[in-house]
Design a protein around this ligand. Structure first.
Ligand SMILES: Cc1cc2nc3c(=O)[nH]c(=O)nc-3n(C[C@H](O)[C@H](O)[C@H](O)COP(=O)(O)OP(=O)(O)OC[C@H]3O[C@@H](n4cnc5c(N)ncnc54)[C@H](O)[C@@H]3O)c2cc1C
Length: 381
């Protein structure tokens, strides 16, 4: 047996033994394990699964072992994902540290920053939020106005962010600030700071799904130690863009849902709807194959820098379609909002939440502009 086949066999056996049955159920946003200073596990099964995976570094299987990762090769990582998907295993830890900040630190962080922050992310000790958007800077992100003044041994941060997901639950923020007004993109820096620093406050915003994961975030004379900058002063736009590529890749994965397929359980009698579902399943399979190919090209440094935009557009449109079909297949039962039978309206809340997929991380229109300009070389987008 080849080394890689042995890895698959051992991984399969390990997962069978260590992934509790409760952690193999389909999950809603409420079932996610976010970690962080104030995290309380929702069940023993959730704790057990998280601890087993974290001990192996498999919350971030492809990060180097020195930084708390599993040290797996890309082939091993792919096999681990396939084997987890085969048994419907939930992710042991969901975190903006894993999907966004970590990759940016691996590329732009100092050795000291990597050794400090990455193992904390891998062990789920710190919950991060993303301070990019502002009331006047969404699609035009580089127009951001939150400023950080150099005060010798620290930065003094003043301004406001908006749509900061889970800011009220996060321990730390990665934040874009203006350190110079001389150039738009060239005057931005990338700071990390504790949300408990005096002067930071948050105000939740209610969402269409009935949940309130969003916040307005205010900074009023917040002192940030000088060392907590990632990359160089006024070069934070490079870090921000790189992180956005990873964010878009992560969001595109939502198109695959739990394995992508809608599954036989929801298959309705109506032949038109059945045909729509079959068409969706074929598109989801094609997207899944494209994702794997893209991930391999990305790792090998062969992917076009704008390809996360292509993936994000395709994946989020697919996820919205999946949710529409789930609602149609469920009939009037899908409209249940508050009941045990509907798991507190999981389907309609997910459907409403999916509307935001084509906005967060950059809207579909912006992704299409990027594809038009950088991949198709069209003028004037
Ligand atoms: C679920 C969700 C979670 C989010 N989480 C975070 C977070 O954690 N942290 C964070 O910083 N931000 C977050 N955001 C904010 C998100 O990044 C912004 O909403 C997004 O970038 C769009 O900015 P905007 O809302 O200001 O819209 P605008 O930029 O005002 O856009 C309004 C409309 O105009 C269109 N438009 C704008 N410019 C162009 C153009 N040049 N060409 C064509 N059309 C254009 C847009 O596509 C959109 O339809 C989140 C958003 C959502 C929905």
């Amino acid at each position: 047996m080849s080394e890689i086949e042995t890895f698959r066999t051992e991984t399969r056996a390990w997962l069978e033994e260590n992934c509790p049955p409760e952690m193999r159920q389909p999950l809603t946003e409420d079932d996610l394990c976010w970690g962080g200073r104030n995290w309380t596990f929702q069940s023993n099964a959730q704790r057990q699964w998280f601890e087993a995976m974290a001990e192996r570094g498999w919350t971030v299987p492809d990060w180097p072992k020195d930084y708390g990762g599993g040290g797996l090769t890309s082939d091993e990582t792919r096999i681990l994902k396939q084997e987890m998907s085969r048994i419907g295993a939930r992710p042991p830890l969901t975190s903006f540290g894993i999907s966004m900040l970590g990759p940016a630190l691996l590329k732009f962080g100092t050795e000291q920053q990597k050794r400090h922050y990455l193992p904390q992310i891998a062990r789920g000790e710190i919950r991060w939020c993303q301070g990019y958007s502002e009331p006047g800077a969404g699609s035009d992100l580089a127009g951001l106005q939150t400023r950080a003044e150099d005060r010798g041994d620290h930065w003094l941060v003043n301004g406001q962010k908006v749509w900061t997901s889970y800011a009220d639950k996060a321990d730390w923020i990665f934040c874009l600030v203006r350190t110079s007004t001389e150039s738009k993109q060239g005057g931005i820096s990338f700071l990390l700071f504790d949300m408990e620093t005096p002067g930071v406050s948050t105000r939740p915003i209610l969402l269409i799904s009935g949940y309130s994961p969003f916040c307005e975030t205010f900074f009023d004379d917040v002192k940030v130690p000088k060392a907590q900058i990632v990359g160089e002063v006024n070069r934070g736009w490079d870090v921000a863009k790189y992180l956005l590529g990873h964010e878009r890749e992560m969001i595109s994965g939502m198109g695959l849902g739990s394995g992508g397929s809608l599954g036989a359980a929801t298959m309705p009698q109506d032949p038109m709807l059945r045909a729509e579902i079959a068409r969706f399943d074929v598109d989801a399979l094609a997207f899944s194959a494209m994702s794997e190919r893209f991930a391999a090209m990305w790792k090998a440094g062969e992917a076009h820098p704008a390809s996360p935009s292509m993936m994000k557009y395709a994946g989020t449109e697919l996820n919205k379609r999946r949710n529409e079909l789930m609602m149609a297949a469920g009939g009037s039962d899908s409209l249940e909002w508050d009941s045990d039978r509907s798991r507190n309206g999981a389907a309609p809340r997910d459907w409403l939440r999916s509307k935001g997929n084509s906005i967060e991380g950059g809207t579909s229109e912006i992704q299409l502009n990027i594809v038009a300009k950088h991949i198709l070389q069209l003028p004037g987008a």
